[in-house]
Design a protein around this ligand. Structure first.
Ligand code: CA
Length: 454
């Protein structure tokens, strides 16, 4: 193996591991013999995470929407692996982000609720003894950029620049006004200043466009070295504030709230197109592992999203709360297509580290690359688990079956998701042995968790 001239050299051990791993991932589907592969493995891949906020399951073209055109996201899905059973580890914002950033079920370290926005609150945030994906990749020499919503604590000790990010254009709270910030006084959560590398800056542009522009600029700036780019859009989370240029595209939608929501999804799609365009211009498409997903299911009553045909919405452990649009793309490594085994947002950390040739710490997520590149792989997960509110509700999925422990203490429900994605037919009585087994498995997992810290 020879290094590509002009690329900077990571530590030798990492080079060797990266080449070995990348070739392992490739050999299962490339028709050409291994020796004929182009020698571009000297560069560790960039990791690009595109996260939407409160996006409905049904509201993208590639998810079946005829109402909201999303050509850029559709192209991403068509050229990547689309996960038809892609989950997040929590049905709402902050706990999902805590799981994504650590690869661990966030209930293991008490991060089970949204932190209130209070810079003086030293408790409500991602516990600092938990190592983040950004820290791990930064330690391996990556440039690490956060653009958008943090929502993992507002006190200085929780700041993203203390959790592994070297560059930020972000806001610390759980959402933001799309047009305004308040630079002085004590603004409420949604008006806090955008921070560039920790310093307040004015917002002179529609927020979704600003995030896309900043992320694209980061790619241009960091093109020579491996980077982690975490682009955490707050769109289409409320408030429903589309820019008029997007709203104009949906004059045919009669319902005003749905029209505004569609416009915000359209802004998301334009933004993704801009960022992926920057990747293409930098000739980094083949050197970049891209993920796209939403942080939880849509809340139709809040933002007029649709999770059709799934049951319920954000906040619940029914499919409408936790099953999300989910894509991974890495040209030349991942063969485009559908992947049906359940995967979860916790898998991003070990998959990213595996792609970089780094050994992941012991986490709940798994490196998906071997599963995605082998012709007849086992499922990545035997079971997946969920818990909200310290035990208010819970769920476990095993294969095609899912047990739900509904809020309010009602009896557990059992669903066959292969025939009943809408979770309308409770099989708990008909399949009582399986229901008891899955409930016991959930309780065993639950005993490993701690009460919510905040
Ligand atoms: Ca959310």
């Amino acid at each position: 193996m020879t290094l590509t001239p002009g690329t900077s050299a990571p530590p030798l051990l990492l080079i060797g591991r990266a080449i070995l791993d990348m070739n392992m991932h490739r050999r299962h589907f490339l028709a050409s013999p291994l020796a004929a592969l182009p020698l571009r493995a000297a560069r560790r891949p960039n990791i690009l995470i595109l996260l939407a906020d409160d996006l409905g399951f049904a509201d993208l073209g590639f998810q079946g929407s005829n109402e909201i055109p999303t050509p850029h996201l559709d192209t991403l899905a068509r050229t990547g692996v689309r996960f038809t059973n892609g989950y997040v580890s929590h049905p709402f914002c902050s706990p999902t982000r805590a799981g994504l950033m650590t690869g661990r079920y966030q209930q293991r370290f008490g991060h089970e609720n949204n932190p209130r926005y209070d810079p003086r609150d030293e408790v409500s945030g991602l516990p600092t003894d938990q190592i983040t994906l950004a820290q791990l990749l930064k330690d391996a020499g990556y440039a690490t950029g956060l653009f958008g919503k943090w929502h993992l604590g507002a006190a200085p000790r929780f700041h993203p620049m203390k959790r592994g990010f070297t560059e930020t254009f972000s806001f610390l709270g759980g959402g933001h006004d799309y047009f305004e910030t308040q630079l002085d006084g004590e603004p409420r959560e949604y008006l806090i200043p955008i921070q560039r590398n920790g310093n307040p800056v004015a917002l002179n542009e529609y927020l979704t466009d600003a995030l896309s522009r900043e992320a694209a600029a980061f790619i241009g700036r960091r093109r020579e070295h491996p980077f982690l780019l975490y682009l955490a859009y707050n769109t289409p989370h409320t408030p429903l504030q589309p820019a008029s240029k997007y709203l104009d595209r949906f004059a045919h939608i009669a319902n005003e709230r749905r029209r505004k929501y569609a416009a915000m999804v359209s802004a998301l799609d334009d933004g993704v197109g801009r960022v992926l365009g920057a990747l293409r211009e930098a000739k980094l498409e083949s050197d970049t592992l891209v993920f796209f997903l939403s942080d939880n299911g849509g809340p139709p009553e809040a933002n007029a999203s649709s999770n059709h045909p799934l049951r319920a919405s954000k906040g619940t452990v029914y499919e409408g709360g936790i099953r999300v649009p989910f894509v991974a793309r890495w040209p030349g490594v991942l063969e485009p297509g559908l992947y049906h085994h359940p995967v979860i947002s916790l898998d991003l950390l070990p998959t990213a580290l595996g792609a970089a040739g780094l050994k992941p710490p012991a986490v709940d997520g798994v490196d998906l690359l071997p599963h995605l590149t082998d012709k007849s792989p086992p499922p990545p997960h035997e079971k997946l688990f969920w818990r909200t509110g310290g035990g208010v509700s819970g769920a476990v999925r095993q294969g095609r079956f899912k047990l739900v422990r509904p809020p309010g203490g009602g009896p557990p429900q059992l669903f066959d998701l292969e025939t009943d994605a809408g979770e309308s037919n409770d099989l708990a009585a008909a399949r009582s042995v399986l229901a008891v087994q899955l409930n016991a498995a959930w309780e065993q997992w639950n005993r490993q968790l701690v009460p919510p810290l905040f």
